[in-house]
Design a protein around this ligand. Structure first.
Ligand SMILES: Nc1ncnc2c1ncn2[C@@H]1O[C@H](COP(=O)(O)OP(=O)(O)O)[C@@H](O)[C@H]1O
Ligand SMILES: [Mg+2]
Length: 380
């Protein structure tokens, strides 16, 4: 039986994988209290996930692991370092560093004609202005190695630009017009399988306010997406991983990448997949690994659209009160912040509450977010 070495983070995926292969875990001392230890063949406890010398005493090389992997973006560099140092198959540290560099990823796709938009690393406002004179408005300014929707700015004119401060390692890109989706896929031995496409719901600040699975798309577009993601993975040299790829589809059906990751989508996307399909993507990946081949059968959709919707405060401040009307009591609403917390109206970590909802009717799922407008969030 295959034996994977996993690094802690997004641990809810481990159960799915453990149904098909043996797994062992590297984790921090405190994590041990929060996990189901019986899932793992071995647990290697460390005090620091940056220092691989802490693993010396465990003689990792004696276990003959088939792969080392982390479902968490934060620990993938560490997994890569272990792969390199112990010569265990995995995604190398260099490859992870490359994938987290949004400029480099777009550049290689551009050179392979899979991306048509221009982008540039800039150091100051003058360099942004030069980019605009070449490319025109609107543009996106974002951190080159950003995460979680932090510090994303759509700039449509010079007045907006003049209010910006530019850090080193800032990325400017032409703004891609269209509707945004994420693609949940996995690769096994160089072959990519798209599990499902997720519709992404954005607000005017470009914050993610919801996801719906599966996206309402015609089969031709889904085929085009499969082709795009397969080609992208080949160009990026990505294999043996779960992928979460964010794309924008223009009105004329052209596909552009926003960013891609070697992990599951966050925001409970795994849970939404389980609500709408017979298995989630990690089960499919696990079956492929166990059977040592890409699966030919497709996940079975049960006819339900599953969604998660989020609510942000209208302005930054201290959270004073959340008033939920009684008629929303039956909904599966989770409160994500406490009274007294400082909250901002952008960035995924500032969401105040979420609602998970499913229905056979797409329009019902997509309009349920209107009900959330009845909730009053007071900030001071
Ligand atoms: N070039 C672009 N054109 C249009 N929208 C973009 C572009 N780059 C980023 N965005 C928007 O900003 C959001 C966050 O950007 P992303 O690169 O995914 O950053 P993060 O890693 O913080 O999620 C995207 O989901 C998308 O809505
Ligand atoms: Mg993103």
């Amino acid at each position: 039986m295959r034996h994977y070495l996993l690094i802690e983070g997004a641990n809810y995926n481990h159960l799915n994988l453990s149904r098909y292969i043996k797994i062992s875990l590297i984790c921090l001392r405190d994590t041990i209290k929060k996990i189901n230890a019986s899932l793992y063949e071995n647990i290697f406890i460390v005090d620091n996930l940056n220092d691989i010398s802490q693993l010396n005493k465990y003689h990792i090389e004696d276990y003959k692991f088939d792969f080392v992997y982390s479902f968490s973006e934060f620990n993938q560099l560490y997994a890569g370092r272990i792969s390199d140092y112990y010569n265990i198959p995995g995604i190398s540290e260099k490859k992870i560093q490359f994938l987290q560099n949004k400029y480099c990823v777009r550049d290689i796709l551009r050179k392979n004609k899979l991306s048509c938009i221009d982008s540039e690393i800039v150091q100051n406002l003058e360099e942004v202005k030069r980019f605009i004179l070449k490319e025109g408005f609107p543009i996106i300014i974002k951190p080159n190695r950003g995460i979680g929707g932090k510090d994303i700015h759509k700039i449509t004119n010079f007045t907006e630009l003049s209010k910006m401060t530019i850090d080193t390692n800032t990325l400017v890109e032409k703004f891609i017009e269209g509707k945004e989706y994420s693609v949940e896929s996995f690769t096994f031995e160089n072959e990519t399988s798209v599990f499902t496409v997720t519709e992404k719901i954005k607000d005017k600040n470009l914050s993610e306010v919801g996801h719906i699975i599966p996206a309402l798309l015609d089969t031709e577009i889904v085929k085009k997406i499969q082709f795009f993601v397969s080609k992208m993975n080949k160009i990026l040299g990505l294999t043996n991983t779960v992928n979460h790829t964010e794309i924008i589809i223009s009105k004329d059906g052209a596909i552009e990448l926003v960013e891609t990751h070697c992990r599951m989508g966050g925001d409970m996307i795994g849970k939404l997949m389980e609500n709408s399909f017979d298995y989630n993507i990690v089960d499919y990946w696990g079956q492929s690994i166990r059977e040592n081949k890409q699966l030919t059968q497709k996940p079975k959709w049960n006819g339900l659209y599953s969604s998660i919707h989020y609510v942000f405060p209208e302005k930054p401040g201290i959270l004073k009160e959340i008033k939920i009307p009684n008629d929303l009591d039956s909904l599966n609403i989770s409160i994500l912040k406490n009274v007294g917390d400082h909250v901002v109206n952008v960035g995924n970590t500032n969401r105040v509450l979420s609602l998970i909802y499913e229905s056979p009717s797409y329009s019902e799922v997509s309009s349920i977010s209107k009900k959330l407008n009845e909730i009053e969030i007071e900030v001071d």
